[in-house]
Write a protein that binds this ligand. Structure first.
Ligand code: PMP
Length: 473
């Protein structure tokens, strides 16, 4: 193509993009978006994807270091999932499971999920309740937990304890479980009966304690809260094995086993929100297996279909289903899309892909150690106060003073500066305050991880230079 033809084709793409941007601001209400500021810039229009890359409408290729929103674990363009959806759409695009009816993909997927569920001989997983999203999965947790205690005659056990800075979704119940104060302000949350304790974030609360000692201290806040409320009123504790949207907060190894000990002591149910960690992200099928605890319920979504189609759910153990199903009669809860056959068919194809290609095993043996090595090297960078990874999630804390881990003035929005350099240089890395986070697809090759890390270094250096130029450093 001649230079002038290339220029005019680029110009056409630019004009087509602007047309979409105008329509976008006219009628499309985006999630978690300040529309006034978006309208000034115009949204980036993503038009196609393949493997671990996405492309925008102007032809820019971007390495997706976040797997979409922590979900596209098998990468984009996977034929097996596309064909499973197409075939199911042709045979049975929809039917519900309300009218004493069922469908084959839902049955098969529930069985396949139980087959890979954590092995808990004393309290095995027995059933899966399907929903359309992680938020709905957590709404199911709230209702199931309260119903469980009602059936057992412990009607006072209503309170669910969660953590500040947790993310459990955006419906009224899920956002209440979450510990994002900004979300609570929109809609008068939390709803009654949901309380929060501090998160196990060593960099924030650890002080002089070793991470292990801090893990025990952070878990003790749960016991304090249970005693403050009265154990007879506490129904459950919920937490992400590794907090994702809160900034990839990886708890010390002592934390979860101690949480479990406390919950068992007071008979409190443990609910693991595995919407991000589930289905291999930490190099094990479920994050609780890595963090050393045995939950009574698990919420999942995202990775179950690698985000190709919406699906979520709640896995329940024998302890819960013996009561809810064994003694409870009808549970007055369900969604139109519970057990959606197309979503479940895609989920099955996704699980098969993970199993046939030993993806979870490869994350554990090859990719996670490779990423961890890169993260070790990142610690030498002048902007990096902390760099840590767990499986294929990782977080980098950007700091003003490396030695004291002094933070930047939040008004500078250093994380956003870094994120802007990432976008401009073809990398999606998310900013949570001044923590930069990544969650690459589980099918990435080592070479792709090397490329991702090359871009991470480049963007950290560009951020450093910009801060120096502005006189911040
Ligand atoms: N729980 C966790 C841990 C999540 O990360 C998310 C989504 N980021 C949710 C729940 C909510 O899932 P959804 O957006 O599918 O409702």
């Amino acid at each position: 193509m001649s230079t002038t033809t290339q220029e005019s084709s680029q110009q056409q793409k630019h004009e087509a993009t602007q047309d979409i941007q105008v329509l976008d601001s006219a009628h499309y209400f985006h999630p978690f978006t300040d529309h006034a500021s978006l309208a000034k810039r115009g949204a980036r229009v993503i038009t196609k994807a393949e493997g671990i890359y996405i492309w925008d409408s102007e032809g820019k290729k971007i390495l997706d270091g976040m797997s979409g929103l922590w979900c596209v674990n098998v990468g984009y363009g996977r034929r097996e999932l596309i064909e499973a959806a197409t075939k199911q759409l042709e045979t049975l695009p929809y039917y519900n499971s309300f009218f004493q009816t069922t469908n084959v993909p839902a049955v098969e997927l529930a069985n396949a999920i139980i087959a890979v569920s954590p092995k808990q001989p004393d309290n095995p997983f027995t059933h899966v309740f399907f929903s359309g999203s992680g938020s709905e999965g957590n709404d199911t947790v709230v209702r199931a937990v309260r119903r469980f205690w009602d059936i057992k005659g412990e009607h006072q056990r209503k309170t669910i304890i969660s953590r500040w800075n947790a993310y459990h979704g955006s419906t009224v119940a899920a956002a209440s479980l979450g510990g994002m104060k900004g979300m609570h302000e929109h809609g008068d949350l939390p709803i009654p009966g949901i309380v929060h304790i501090d998160q196990p974030y060593w960099a924030e609360h650890g002080g002089d304690l070793s991470p292990e000692a801090f893990g025990l201290k952070a878990a003790s806040w749960l016991e304090d809260k249970i005693l403050e409320i009265g154990p007879e009123k506490v129904a459950a504790f919920i937490g992400e094995p590794v907090q994702g949207a809160g900034g990839v907060i990886i708890p010390p190894s002592t934390y979860w086993p101690e949480i479990q000990r406390i919950c068992r002591k007071y008979g409190v149910l443990i609910c693991a929100d595995e919407v991000i960690c589930g289905f291999g992200r930490l190099g094990v099928w479920f994050g609780c297996e890595k963090m050393g605890f045995e939950p009574d319920m698990i919420t999942f979504a995202k990775g179950v279909t690698s985000g190709y189609i919406p699906l979520g759910g709640t896995m329940m153990t024998k302890r819960v289903t013996d009561v809810l199903i064994g003694l409870g009669g009808e549970f007055n809860h369900g969604y139109t899309y519970s057990g959606h056959p197309v979503a479940c068919a895609v989920g099955l194809a996704n699980l098969r892909y993970l199993q046939d290609n030993k993806i979870v095993e490869k994350v554990a043996s090859e990719l996670a150690p490779h990423l961890a090595q890169h993260f070790e090297a990142l610690k030498d960078h002048p902007l990096v106060g902390m760099a840590e990874s767990c499986g294929l999630v990782a977080g980098i804390l950007l700091v003003k003073n490396k030695a004291s881990r002094e933070a930047f003035d939040p008004a500078l929005e250093v994380g956003m500066i870094c994120r802007t350099h990432c976008f401009a240089n073809g990398l999606i890395m998310r900013a949570v305050g001044d923590r930069m986070i990544i969650a690459p697809p589980l099918v990435s090759t080592k070479q792709e991880i090397d490329e991702l890390m090359r871009l991470v270094h480049l963007c950290l250096n560009l951020t450093l230079n910009e801060l120096k130029e502005r006189g911040v450093l």
